[in-house]
Ligand binder design. Structure first.
Ligand code: 0O2
Length: 221
């Protein structure tokens, strides 16, 4: 009957969406472990915050329509790689690369795509490191490889992106050229701030090392 069919579809859909939550849970744990270990080794926390989200069914359907793909779960799974998304805000630019290196080299993680908008910012000024990862999720009767989009950025990059996103929507995706130019300049300013903080961070670390060495020598002479 139709009711039976609908129930089956609903069950299948729920199971489909669940896999993305499981993949996010796994990745969150991995990030948490790296964060704690990094804190232990380097004595500071490289991660400011982590936020994850699952794309809403509405937003998935919009993308299906925009990309002109078939409305089937396998086609959606193969084509839409950002159903599960995780955004990591780091303290310094070097933290972004260190963290991504550690994630990318884990044995059970496959890097499907890597877009470095920090080395190559988007024309509008947008900066972040984007990874599409494939993570195995172990279920009762099968192992599913699930895509997760990871965005890694600094606080300054995140600040810019969230305000740019708001402005973009305020102007209904068509901001005047003068505003776009100013936004781009703001992104460059944010980039310079990140570079300055990176330099400071390195200097402070160096000073700390020298201080530690001195302590060591004084205590062992
Ligand atoms: P939301 O609401 O964050 O999910 P595609 O993902 O295939 O449509 P593309 O260009 O291959 O497109 O993806 P890309 O460049 O990796 O960017 C995808 C996501 O990065 C976006 O998701 C945004 O979150 C973020 N992003 C990319 N460019 C910009 C930008 O110029 N400004 C801001 N604020 N964010 C950006 P969604 O799906 O657009 O939105």
């Amino acid at each position: 009957s139709n009711v039976k069919k609908l129930k089956a579809v609903k069950k299948e859909l729920t199971r489909f969406m669940m896999t993305y939550q499981f993949a996010l849970d796994e990745l969150s744990t991995k990030i948490d472990i790296l964060q704690q270990e990094f804190h232990y080794i380097h004595d500071y926390n490289p991660i400011e915050h982590v936020k994850s989200r699952i794309k809403t069914p509405e937003s998935i359907l919009k993308k299906v329509h925009r990309k002109g793909i078939d409305l089937t779960l396998p086609a959606i799974r193969d084509t839409i790689h950002d159903i599960a998304g995780i955004r990591i805000t780091c303290s310094f630019i070097s933290d972004i690369y260190e963290l991504s290196y550690m994630l990318e080299n884990q044995k059970d993680i496959q890097v499907v795509e890597r877009k470095d908008y920090i080395m190559n910012p988007k024309p509008n000024g947008y900066q972040s490191l984007h990874l599409i990862l494939e993570i195995p999720v172990f279920m009762s009767d099968r192992v599913l490889d699930v895509y997760v989009e990871v965005q890694i950025r600094t606080i300054a990059m995140d600040f810019w992106a969230s305000l740019e996103h708001k402005i973009y929507y305020k102007y209904n995706h068509e901001a005047p050229p003068a505003i776009l130019q100013e936004l781009k300049e703001a992104a460059e300013t944010a980039g310079r701030l990140d570079e300055k903080m990176e330099r400071l961070h390195k200097e402070i670390n160096k000073a700390k090392e020298t201080e530690n060495d001195t302590h060591f020598i004084m205590n062992h002479e």
